[in-house]
Design a protein around this ligand. Structure first.
Ligand code: FDA
Length: 307
């Protein structure tokens, strides 16, 4: 089933068909907050009311023209303005290939740099998280985040993502911490070869636990992105044992996944941020979530038959 879902996720015609049909939009609604900024802003308001922070992701990656990259950046500027006007507890998550990295690295740098400058100038200052993509982009992503974090006025307004499946992650964490950069720690969502990535769940999880401890002890505000109850339990125990305050870091989960666990962490007094994707290009994102856990097909089917 997983292999089938991964191959379907790469099907261009199915993607074309699904993204353009109202039926497709209905089935994706459990995991994707609609197609328009107004949709995601309203979801963010509801999540805030339930005590959850938000990071908004405008779905899309690997754009092939400068115009598409500029359009994506413009939409994020609009989101930052709306977040501020509506006083939402929300920041933004961007992908460098959505900002034009494959077209022209300087264009991507310029697009992210103006977003970070805007976020930093807001009152209160907002924050731009640069998502981590496949292994071909890791070095450039870490380099760019470090570079944009350097100017005094940007400090704390841009953050990185580290994937515990990569062998290199411990070194990247050391570098980012030395620069004072906020990190989101996740396991990693791409298919990477054994030369650069751990292949077994137990190795990926062990590395996650090691890096989690390093992050929590660093004194910098980080995000632990996972739905893995064993890891969450270990993080809570470690924070309690080391007397790390509950507001000194946050847990992060994806929209629509383990909503029960999201709520129970908030009830216990931990910080929780939900990554909320929206946009017309939802098909690859949804298929990645289904491949991670084919049982999610149940929720998709439920939306299909909802009257
Ligand atoms: P794992 O996959 O081991 O799952 C542990 C348990 O969580 C499962 O047994 C199940 O109960 C639950 N679960 C996991 N996935 C589920 C799903 N789809 N549906 C329902 N239940 C599920 N990756 C990346 O490469 N770059 C990035 O920038 C990001 N950003 C990011 C932000 C946030 C907020 C999150 C939560 C995740 C990411 N990821 C990511 C994705 C991440 O790398 C990873 O693929 C998923 O989070 C799944 O891994 P888990 O840590 O949940 O563990």
């Amino acid at each position: 089933m997983r292999a089938l879902l991964i191959s379907l996720s790469e099907s261009r015609w199915l993607r074309h068909l699904a993204e353009r049909s109202s039926l497709g939009q209905r089935v994706s609604s459990r995991f994707v907050a609609g197609t328009k900024p107004a949709d995601v802003l309203s979801v963010a308001r509801n999540l805030n009311s339930a005590g959850l922070g938000v990071s908004i992701d405008n779905l899309g990656e690997n754009v092939t023209t400068p115009e598409a990259a500029r359009q994506s950046a413009a939409l994020y500027h609009e989101l930052l303005s709306e977040i501020s006007a509506r006083q939402l507890s929300a920041n933004i998550s961007v992908k460098l290939t959505h900002m034009g990295l494959d077209v022209d690295p300087l264009l991507a740098q310029d697009n992210v740099s103006t977003l970070v400058a805007r976020a930093a100038a807001m009152r209160p200052p907002n924050f731009v998280r640069v998502d981590m993509e496949g292994g071909a982009y890791t070095q450039r992503t870490v380099d760019l985040v470090c570079q944009l974090h350097k100017p005094e006025q940007n400090r704390g307004s841009i953050g990185a993502v580290i994937q515990s499946y990569l062998h290199r992650s411990e070194k990247d964490v050391e570098r980012l911490l030395a620069e004072g950069v906020r990190i989101r720690l996740c396991k990693g969502a791409y298919k990477e070869p054994a030369e650069i990535a751990y292949q077994s769940k137990s190795d990926v999880d062990s590395n996650y636990l090691r890096l989690m401890q390093t992050l929590l002890k660093s004194g910098i505000y980080h995000g632990l992105a996972t739905h893995d109850e064993n890891i969450i339990r270990a993080a809570k125990a470690f924070a309690t044992r080391e007397k790390i305050a509950r507001d000194a870091f946050e847990f992060q989960m994806l929209y629509g996944i383990r909503r029960d666990l999201q709520q129970s962490l908030v009830r216990e007094g931990w910080r929780m941020r939900v990554y909320v994707p929206f946009g017309t290009e939802w098909y690859p994102y949804l298929m990645r979530r289904l491949a991670e856990r084919p049982a999610n097909l149940y929720f998709v089917a439920k939306n299909l038959f909802r009257s």
